[in-house]
Ligand binder design. Structure first.
Ligand SMILES: *Cc1c(COP(=O)(O)O)cnc(C)c1O
Length: 435
């Protein structure tokens, strides 16, 4: 037994099943389709990489296929839910997931594209203030996007980009180190651009403190929320974050290459000096089809749209957002997630105890305020082999080079029994390794 908050965990099947029975969200699992292997569903612990398919996904696609068939071009303005306004239904459902108003968010494009578009508006370097501060080991796409933006403005990435790295022998960042890096370079920083939750370690950064420090330094503050949106509770508006973007195919189950979302804080809506890479869909909605010369942006985040609504991927995102609505949005999910992930921590530690050594070293911070639903494990040896053994035994997590097994129990569709069974496997694989 081990204490987690009020909970005394036990490492046995009946205990795990008991937690499942008491779980108010247990029914949501039936709204998803699980991949199978050898005639059995996987224990799917990879929702941080690609969320599962909601059963409703095929139906919403059918609806839009029928609209296309029956209405064709008139679908933009006709039917139950005209495509012209379709994104508005999503905005209402996205807003509570990220802690913003519907006006401040908009589904559009894909993540890295949006990161570029938002940097066009919010990375405005001048000679005396051109640097960007970010986390070392950020997701590669973000590194490439940021480097190329810096070059685009005529600066040298080696000079312009400041990376905050973990201390020697540590895997995750200390908030104090992030804040002091911002303060030390304050006057030269044009932009603080961090992940919300790091893809590799699963560390959830103190976004509010980072934002405050960035603003005190006179910088703009943005976040890539790929691993945070739909995973941890966010208050983008109240924290005063300037902009953010995320993909929806990880914790938000919108399917491979699914639509991205952006957030722009209301305080920027009146700023006519912001640059944009504009397109017709960002034009004032009421006058868009007058097709006039001279770009006039729609109010709010919608003014950052470029191309016409991608109805098919948006319909898939919609199907998943409706499940968030059904769950009561992020708070009930997070309540389960905290316990579910704490249980995985507990189980892995129990396995190590049984093995008599730390075969499975967890690098994700254990504290609830420092993590979401992901547990990153570095095996003492044979990491890749262990990962493959898990897959062979129907547990699908993922492997990240050079040495990490990521396991994400997602509150929408994972159970405490999933976590217990994964522990059983980690134990048997670990035992077999020692013979
Ligand atoms: C998953 C992820 C991406 C992926 O970007 P796409 O443009 O959707 O391919 C980018 N950044 C981060 C931090 C991610 O975790």
């Amino acid at each position: 037994m081990a204490k987690f908050g009020q909970m005394n965990f036990e490492n046995n099947l009946l205990f795990a099943q008991g937690l499942d029975q008491a779980d108010p969200l247990k029914g949501l699992r039936n709204d998803f389709l699980f991949p199978q292997q050898n005639g059995k569903p996987f224990i799917y612990l990879c929702g941080n990489s690609l969320g599962l398919q909601p059963k409703a996904a095929r139906e919403v696609m059918d609806v839009q296929m029928n609209n296309w068939q029956n209405l064709a071009v008139e679908g933009w303005f006709e039917g139950d839910s005209p495509w012209m306004f379709y994104h508005k239904e999503l905005k209402k459902l996205i807003a509570p997931i990220v802690g913003a108003s519907a006006q401040e968010v908009c589904p559009m494009n894909t993540l890295t594209v949006n990161l570029h578009l938002l940097m066009v508006s919010f990375y405005r370097p001048v000679k005396s203030r051109f640097r960007i501060i970010m986390e070392a080991g950020a997701f590669p796409s973000d590194q490439y996007a940021i480097e190329s933006q810096v070059r685009f403005h005529g600066y040298d990435p080696a000079e312009a980009i400041i990376e905050v790295a973990p201390r020697a022998g540590e895997y995750t960042l200390r908030t104090e180190d992030i804040l002091s890096a911002i303060r030390e370079n304050g006057e030269e920083i044009a932009l603080v651009l961090f992940g919300g939750v790091n893809y590799f370690t699963g560390q959830w950064y103190d976004m509010e403190a980072i934002t405050k420090a960035g603003h005190e330094a006179g910088a703009v503050v943005g976040f890539d929320l790929a691993h945070a949106a739909g995973n941890v509770p966010l208050q983008l508006h109240d924290w005063g974050i300037d902009f953010a973007c995320w993909c929806s195919y990880k914790y938000q189950n919108s399917g491979p290459g699914g639509i991205s979302g952006i957030f722009v804080h209301k305080k920027h809506f009146g700023d006519a000096t912001l640059n944009r890479f504009a397109g017709w869909w960002g034009y004032r909605e009421q006058q868009r089809f007058k097709m006039e010369k001279g770009f006039v942006p729609e109010a709010g985040a919608d003014g950052w749209q470029v191309s016409c609504t991608q109805v098919m991927p948006m319909a898939l995102y919609h199907a998943s957002l409706q499940l968030f609505e059904k769950a009561g949005f992020i708070e009930p999910l997070r309540a389960k997630s905290k316990t579910l992930t704490a249980y995985l921590f507990y189980i892995v530690n129990e396995v190590n105890k049984h093995l008599g050594e730390v075969q499975y070293k967890i690098i994700t911070p254990p504290g609830e305020a420092d993590r979401g639903a992901q547990v990153s494990i570095i095996a003492k040896q044979n990491g890749r082999y262990i990962f493959e053994q898990l897959v062979a035994a129907n547990v699908l997590g993922d492997w990240r080079e050079p040495n990490v097994i990521r396991l994400s129990p997602v509150p929408m569709y994972n159970s405490f029994e999933d976590v217990f069974r994964t522990g059983e496997l980690l134990l048997s694989i670990g035992k077999a390794l020692r013979i």
